[in-house]
Design a protein around this ligand. Structure first.
Ligand code: CA
Length: 223
């Protein structure tokens, strides 16, 4: 969830894709290749309009170092890397060699592979290793889009890894609308709902829940 924005009528969504997004040919190619090769799993890919927003934020902030938790087939990684300056880099975490290999092909084709530091390892371990480094906090932005029951751990780790004024983006915070249905109590829904409530009252951050894609929370570490 979700390659498109929730509850958006197809005609309006097409209009947004036509006039609200400047998706490069290489991003389009990766998005379509993902849909073709991983079938139903392709819903784990972010929507083009979300990639556009993330790239915009990166340029707006002048971000140079990004942390991504959940690479999948590398669409968001590529969208972010292409928005970085030549000196910028993105550390991206995943546990799937197969899916990330697919992304790497496109990262190389786009000429940004040297700016992408892929760590194949459970993300909490990678984040703990980053937390053990000397020059903390070292990231301008973090994007959390991995296993939902791990979200709270990743959020707490990211909050220490992102500089004051830096932003943490959390994906799938609407979870197909399930968060607003109290009858739904599966562990993923409960984990997301709990984190949404926590961030809402978390005085360490400024926040905004944006209803793009499957819901994207922007949380800025207070300066
Ligand atoms: Ca997602």
């Amino acid at each position: 969830m979700a390659t498109k924005t929730l509850d958006m009528k197809p005609g309006l969504l097409n209009y947004i894709h036509q006039y609200g997004v400047r998706e490069s040919a290489i991003l389009q190619e990766l998005r379509e290749a993902t849909q073709e090769k991983v079938g139903p799993y392709s819903v784990m890919q972010i929507s083009p309009e979300q990639g556009q927003l993330m790239a915009f934020l990166i340029r707006l902030m002048g971000a140079k170092r990004i942390l991504e938790i959940g690479t999948f087939t590398g669409y968001s990684t590529l969208a972010c890397a292409m928005a970085l300056p030549e000196t910028g880099c993105i550390v991206t975490c995943d546990i799937s060699q197969e899916w990330t290999d697919m992304g790497r092909t496109f990262w190389e084709k786009a000429g940004v592979a040297h700016q992408i530091d892929l760590r194949i390892c459970p993300a909490d371990e990678t984040l703990n290793n980053l937390l053990a480094e000397k020059d903390l906090p070292s990231f301008d932005m973090a994007f959390i889009d991995a296993d939902k029951t791990g979200y709270d751990t990743y959020y707490e780790q990211a909050l220490r890894l992102v500089r004051p004024g830096g932003v943490i983006l959390i994906d799938n915070v609407l979870w197909g609308g399930a968060v607003a249905d109290p009858a739904l109590k599966d562990e993923d829904t409960l984990a997301i709902r709990k984190l949404n409530e926590k961030i809402h009252s978390d005085q360490r951050v400024e926040m905004s829940l944006v209803p793009i894609g499957d819901g994207l929370t922007l949380a800025q570490r207070k300066i």
